[in-house]
Design a binder for this molecule. Structure first.
Ligand SMILES: Nc1ncnc2c1ncn2[C@@H]1O[C@H](COP(=O)(O)OP(=O)(O)O)[C@@H](O)[C@H]1O
Ligand SMILES: O=C(OP(=O)(O)O)[C@H](O)COP(=O)(O)O
Length: 397
């Protein structure tokens, strides 16, 4: 793998694609800076070598050109603090002023470019736009794992302008190594824990995992489609009616492959979608009309904990319930804790993937007690599904 370790960046200008697509609150304060922190080792190595750094990223999904709300200037202060230096800012990512600022950059200096998606050419993968970006640096580094599943100008098309000068940053290399470890070198028993809102987002991954895992635990909103398909009553819980047949197929496939597919046996129900709802525990498939399942119940927690405790490899993607509400975080928190215990006490390798699962782990303060928390949501899912990510391919080719 071509990583930045293979080059001394002295007097070089490194053009780094990072994923600084971080969540901001109404006052433009960053609510989770994990993706920024994760890119620091790459930036620091290049500066330490005596190089300079030009950072390019997108933020959000702006549709109408430059928009204050989506300006990367909002993260400049935090980035400067993290690097302990004054990061310069270019209010455009191409054009004369960006070119001048980049060419005047001295070794040890960092320049952050304005949001790439202020140009529609970025998402279109426009070659001329990619070429303009490429003029800003001598070496191209891709460290934007969270965006590696996009074939955009800055993530993949640009690489053709650096045929002999393109490298993976440390974050990319680490993400790929951990995903590979799970996919190809998993110690057994290997348990996947799947949750989140929709079956449809995870079908391909579940199918792929059936060839790899010993156990697959299914919780969260997607479990109700399975319960309904098996003839249960699910009230007003999340349902993907058109995925019921597929749920039964997945159950049958798991059985045929000798994989234990474990569904919740009980569920916490609520009379409305709110933290202050009335709630009670019922067995799966016995939800009264007008009630909805918002978390796994205590019997499911115990059942899942037992499987997790005995696992040597754990992949967790998707919360067990609506963990954003305190009343319905108990299942997700208990499963997170079980993953931590397996990691620390049983020496299991645990990888947490997906934006909401990572947010849940951070919310409970367990980030440093699992083996690896991926910065990728969609990118990790696609990697695990076996797809070649455009951002990875562009460097490997
Ligand atoms: N029983 C449920 N009913 C409604 N929403 C749920 C339920 N369980 C989990 N969710 C929601 O699913 C969302 C996360 O799903 P998803 O995006 O698939 O996860 P990830 O980002 O980790 O892949 C969370 O916002 C959570 O509140
Ligand atoms: O946040 C991201 O992906 P994610 O929501 O899958 O974690 C990436 O920055 C990619 O953003 P995009 O989904 O707007 O292309």
């Amino acid at each position: 793998m071509k990583t930045i370790d293979q080059l001394n960046f002295k007097d070089k200008k490194a053009l780094i694609r990072v994923d600084f697509n971080v969540p901001l609150d109404a006052d433009f304060k960053i609510t989770d800076d994990k993706r920024m922190r994760a890119a620091l080792p790459t930036i620091k190595k290049i500066l330490k070598d005596g190089g300079s750094v030009i950072l390019m990223s997108h933020l959000g999904r702006p549709k109408d050109g430059p928009t204050d709300k989506y300006s990367l200037k909002h993260i400049l202060g935090d980035l400067s603090k993290m690097l302990n230096l004054d990061v310069k800012f270019a209010d455009d990512c191409i054009g004369d002023s960006a070119v001048n600022q980049a060419s005047n950059l001295a070794p040890g200096e960092v320049l952050l470019l304005e949001n790439l998606r202020f140009y529609k050419e970025e998402e279109k993968g426009d070659v001329a736009f990619a070429e303009k970006l490429s003029k800003l640096g001598d070496v191209y580094v891709n460290d934007a794992f969270g965006t590696a599943h996009r074939a955009h100008a800055s993530t993949s098309v640009i690489a053709q302008f650096f045929p002999n000068n393109k490298y993976f940053g440390y974050l990319m290399a680490g993400e790929i190594a951990n995903a590979e470890k799970i996919l190809n070198h998993a110690e057994r028993p290997f348990t996947a824990i799947m949750g989140g809102a929709k079956v449809s987002d995870k079908i391909l991954l579940i199918e792929k995992l059936l060839d790899k895992v010993d156990n697959i635990i299914i919780g969260g909103g997607m479990a109700y489609t399975f319960a309904k398909a098996q003839g249960g009553e699910i009230g007003t819980s999340l349902l993907e009616a058109d995925k019921q047949a597929l749920s039964l197929e997945l159950i049958a496939k798991a059985k045929a492959k000798g994989v234990k597919l474990i569904l919740p046996v009980d569920t916490v129900i609520a009379d409305k979608f709110a933290n202050d709802a009335n709630k009670k525990d019922v067995d799966s498939g016995h939800i009264p009309a007008d009630w909805m399942g918002l978390d796994i119940g205590p019997k499911s927690i115990a059942l899942f904990q037992e499987v997790i405790k005995n696992s040597k490899t754990l992949l967790w993607n998707g919360p067990m319930g609506v963990f954003e509400m305190e009343s319905f975080e108990i299942g997700t928190k208990a499963i997170a804790k079980a993953v931590v215990v397996a990691t620390l006490d049983n020496g299991a390798f645990s990888l947490i993937g997906g934006g909401d699962s990572a947010a849940a782990i951070a919310k409970f303060g367990y980030e440093d007690e699992v083996s690896y928390v991926s910065t990728g949501g969609g990118a990790l899912l696609e990697y695990m599904e076996g797809k070649e990510l455009p951002g990875v391919k562009a460097i490997n080719d």
